[in-house]
Unconditional design. Structure first.
Ligand SMILES: [Zn+2]
Length: 109
């Protein structure tokens, strides 16, 4: 597959966190989930800080900045949900261990 990928200034270049494949994404994809072309895992396109949007006219640039800020907040919320899920799983495990211990203690009587 001889794909000609021309990297523009506005493109986001990053490595897949799963397989390390170098990916080039159009700036409009910043903050969106994509499937890696290397391993097929779903990954989030990073949103570059202080992205150069000089090529765009001002209105479009402003709208994009707002869009990216919204996506950033969304990513943060998703990360918080993921960490809450981990906590919940740990608590469930602890509870199940405690239930086992109590069951055994009651059996002894
Ligand atoms: Zn990958």
């Amino acid at each position: 597959m001889a794909e000609e990928t021309e990297i523009r200034d506005t493109d986001i270049v990053f490595d897949c966190p799963h397989c390390g494949k170098n990916l080039v994404i159009d700036y409009r994809g910043a903050g969106l989930p994509i499937n890696c072309g290397g391993c097929g895992e779903q990954i989030l396109v990073p949103i570059p800080d202080g992205m150069q949007l000089n090529d765009l006219d001002l209105n479009q640039g402003e709208i994009l900045q707002q869009l990216f800020a919204t996506r950033r907040n969304f990513q943060k919320a998703e990360q918080e949900i993921a960490s809450l899920r981990t906590t919940l799983t740990q608590m469930r495990e602890t509870l199940s261990v405690m239930a086992d211990v109590m069951e055994k203690a009651l059996e002894r009587k």
